[in-house]
Design a protein around this ligand. Structure first.
Ligand SMILES: [Mg+2]
Length: 213
């Protein structure tokens, strides 16, 4: 059973996404924590690593039967298990994404649901693009995904474009001054550092592209 049959996105693809995200966060844990050490409280990598490890455990213990179940389970686990702001923010992204999916999941349906998930993060974080948060990676990814769908791209191309937009968005946080979260207390001194939330969001979007590759 392939994840890419006839334009349908199946449960296995979303399980592969969460597993890939867990691996990427583990691999980049120290870099994420280092970024958070520069402008936050030095726990982003360890927090997310623990959270995605718990996501894997929950999905093994209660095997999901639909893409929506994968994503809602992942989101709920992240909210419960990840401290700080990033748990509720990522949790909301995955929960809203899952709740917004119609079955069967098409690429266009996923793109619309992803937009909805990113909007949930924006509402909860009261953040917009340019505030130097995970939104700086997620919002461009959502736009790239929607545009790719409109241009008739397949899921490989669409997820690659979303991942690239997220990576560029994360790098674009370096010269920004933080306007939200703990980093905003640093004022000018937040300039010159990549936002850890944007960096982890780029990793998570890259994991989606890899899962579909
Ligand atoms: Mg932190």
């Amino acid at each position: 059973m392939g994840a890419l049959m006839a334009g349908m996105l199946d449960t296995d693809l979303f399980l592969a996404w969460t597993e890939g995200a867990a691996r990427a966060v583990r691999l980049h844990r120290d870099r994420l924590t280092g970024l958070d050490a520069a402008i936050g409280d030095a726990d982003h990598g360890t927090n997310l690593d623990r959270g995605f490890t718990e996501v894997g455990k929950a999905l093994t213990e209660w095997p999901p039967t639909s893409p929506a179940q994968v994503l809602v389970s992942a989101g709920t686990t992240l909210i419960r298990r990840v401290g700080g702001a990033s748990g509720p923010l990522y949790g909301s992204l995955f929960r809203q994404l899952g709740k917004s999916l119609d079955t069967p999941v098409t690429l266009a349906g996923f793109a619309a649901a992803f937009e909805s998930g990113v909007q949930a993060v924006e509402r909860l974080g009261k953040a917009a693009q340019g505030d130097k948060t995970m939104i700086d990676a997620l919002a461009p990814a959502a736009r790239a995904l929607t545009q790719a769908v409109q241009e008739g791209a397949d899921e490989h191309k669409a997820f690659e474009r979303a991942a690239r937009a997220a990576e560029e968005g994360a790098k674009a946080t370096i010269p920004l001054r933080a306007r939200k979260g703990r980093a905003s207390y640093l004022g000018e001194r937040s300039i010159g550092h990549e936002d850890p939330g944007a960096a982890s969001a780029a990793l998570i979007m890259a994991a989606l592209a890899e899962a579909a590759a």
